[in-house]
Design a protein around this ligand. Structure first.
Ligand code: GTP
Ligand code: MN
Ligand code: MN
Length: 379
């Protein structure tokens, strides 16, 4: 038997959330190639295609060794025809023609550069690209009217595209903690997103805030934002409403429960760009300058999420990511467990159907219980 063939007989579960996916893995050449195609599909608003490439990449990340030949992949789940073709090409030629063409295409480069502007999505970027705008400088020269987010995004373009490091995330965490405790002592702040998964850099820093006394978190976001604003930390802030996974795949909540649930249970995502006006204060933010010039602070994207204590476990699970992991977890809950998972709750669909009781789902909402159950037993 040729060495390496054992990969083919390893049984790999088909949902990404059932597998161990280490941060450092053995197949980066392949996953880098697939990620570019995923990104390109997402920029072209072809979500399904993007997910297919991301699933294939996630499968490769979970393998215990480097793939050297396509025959090792026989029988493995999540590898669609297109992904397999790309993988084979990279294994045989070192590069994939499609990936090369993509990375060098004007459209891909322009879409990446333009969506790299805070406040610019794929639709807007595509419209501008069609008008001949390919770079942030083109946009600046074009005289287009921009909204506040985009103006901030353009002004701080370079800084906001500089990866945020772990020490910066920790420093920002201290500011957020100060802000939160100033307006609500006893509140708990948790680092979520990529940093919680052990990543050393991120495109932003994400925090989840809650308070052990249910209800105390009401109005908290507004107060925290005012505090940060008053201290000169905020460059731009925006509160967003419904969230992407919830709105698209979200639970059909019991209608009778809707009003009460909606009133204060939304973990409100809040995007902040943290900077300061007072050099002294902000040098404390980062400790050192990340940008040229006399300024001793830099702009960083920060997402804050507030959740009621009873939903903390779900918010923590839902906002830790990765996006694909969350998607897979929800798909698995629906198809394999007949349950619906969101960042608010886990619904047992069989019970919700048979009982008209409105509080059924809170059965699952006991603090961190669910979170640990999922982490330890189900995945
Ligand atoms: P980097 O920031 O690049 O390090 O990656 P990240 O994994 O932290 O991504 P991001 O900050 O975009 O989001 C963090 C996690 O929060 C994601 O993995 C998603 O699962 C989740 N998330 C982001 N936006 C939303 C949203 O609008 N609704 C919900 N429910 N979850 C979201
Ligand atoms: Mn993040
Ligand atoms: Mn984020």
């Amino acid at each position: 038997q040729k060495p390496g063939l054992e990969l083919a007989v390893v049984s790999v579960p088909s949902y990404a959330c059932q597998r161990h996916t280490p941060l450092l893995h053995h197949n980066t050449t392949l996953t880098d190639a697939l990620s570019i195609l995923a990104e390109n599909a997402e920029l072209g608003e072809n979500e399904g295609r993007g997910v297919a490439f991301r699933r294939a990449a996630a499968l490769l990340k979970s393998l215990p060794q480097e793939v050297r030949g396509a025959e090792q992949l026989r029988g493995l789940p999540c590898l669609g025809e297109h992904s397999l073709r790309v993988i084979k090409e990279v294994l045989e030629d070192g590069v994939s023609h499609e990936v090369e063409t993509t990375t060098h295409s004007e459209q891909f480069k322009a879409m990446k550069a333009l969506t790299g502007i805070f406040g610019v999505g794929a639709k807007t970027a595509d419209r501008w690209f069609r008008e001949g705008i390919h770079t942030p400088s083109d946009l600046q020269r074009s005289g287009h009217t921009l909204n506040r987010a985009q103006r901030a995004g353009l002004q701080y373009y370079d800084e906001l595209n500089l990866p945020v490091t772990k020490p910066e995330a920790v420093a920002i965490g201290q500011i957020v903690e100060r802000a939160v405790h100033a307006v609500l002592p006893g509140a708990e702040i948790t680092l979520i997103g990529g940093f919680r998964r052990g990543k050393q850099t991120g495109h932003d820093v994400d925090f989840l805030i809650t308070h052990p006394d249910e209800g105390r978190e009401e109005g908290l976001m507004r107060k925290v934002v005012s505090w940060l604003e008053a201290q000169g930390f905020l460059l731009y802030q925006k509160t967003t409403g419904n969230s992407y996974l919830e709105s698209k795949e979200g639970p059909a909540r019991p209608a009778s429960n809707m009003d009460r649930f909606e009133r204060y249970s939304h973990p409100l995502p809040q995007t902040l760009v943290v900077v300061g006006d007072h050099a002294q204060k902000v040098s404390w933010v980062l400790g050192h300058s990340q940008c040229s010039g006399p300024r001793s602070w830099r702009a960083v994207r920060v997402d804050l999420v507030v959740s009621p204590y009873s939903q903390f476990a779900f918010a923590l699970l839902g906002w830790t990511g990765s996006k694909l992991f969350e998607r897979e977890l929800r798909r698995w809950a629906v198809h394999e467990k007949a349950m619906t998972l969101s960042s608010h709750a886990l619904y047992d669909r069989k019970r919700v159907r048979t009982l008209s009781q409105t509080h059924t789902h809170f059965k699952y909402c006991s603090g961190s219980f669910l979170y640990y159950q999922i982490r330890d037993k189900l995945i």
